[in-house]
Design a protein around this ligand. Sequence first.
Ligand code: ADP
Ligand code: AMP
Length: 206
Amino acid sequence: MNVVFMGPPGAGKGTQAKFVCEKLGIPQLSTGDILRASNAAGKLPAALVQAMDTGGLVPDDVVIGLIGDRINESDCVGGALFDGFPRTVPQAEALGAMLAARGLKIDIAIAIEVPSDLLIERTVLRRTDKRTGQIYHLKYNPPPPGADVVHRADDTEESVRTRLDAYARVTSAVIPFYEEAGVLKRVDGVGAVGEVTKRVLAALGV
Ligand code: ADP
Ligand code: AMP
């Protein structure tokens, strides 16, 4: 199954992706994670680091290239969960074309819906375990004592506001794209993590 997770920053895409990928046995393809790993390895051009840190989008050709390479890897033969990609209509079109060339398509696009006033708190208090990538929240899901966590450079209130604006202006257009394709499901992302997981799995029919 090829699945897209959509939703504004902080909606819970990464948190839910872990459970869904485990259940479906498919890899999580997060362009944000791939870009951060490339940056940590000192391989991301300075202009892209700056775009990310200030909450802007990275150019379409960069992320389309990253995903194009990634879906060629053997673990994607049974499908994949695309997390944070596509974020523009041209990215959605490119993904459709890359999958079609392999006789595949997006089977379902899940839009996780959370009101903007909750998203600032969710992102600014997000922490991620450096080693495992486990996502925590200082208030709702605090890291265990001694965990080595990082605060993302773009999880400042200013950057989050810019990202929310980019979501509203550009990324939200991907929702009607998948709605017209007949594969969109909307899921309420407010509530305990486990409750949201149940809704996501129900939307996926698994
Ligand atoms: P996204 O990948 O959509 O940006 P994350 O999955 O990283 O979002 O979640 C953002 C923050 O919100 C994290 O700190 C996470 O622990 C927290 N979070 C995720 N789901 C919930 C939820 N249902 N209720 C409260 N906090 C949540
Ligand atoms: P994320 O981890 O999904 O919140 O992404 C972090 C940042 O990486 C975003 O704010 C963008 O700067 C960049 N990014 C990730 N995915 C994309 C994408 N599909 N298109 C453009 N920029 C992206």
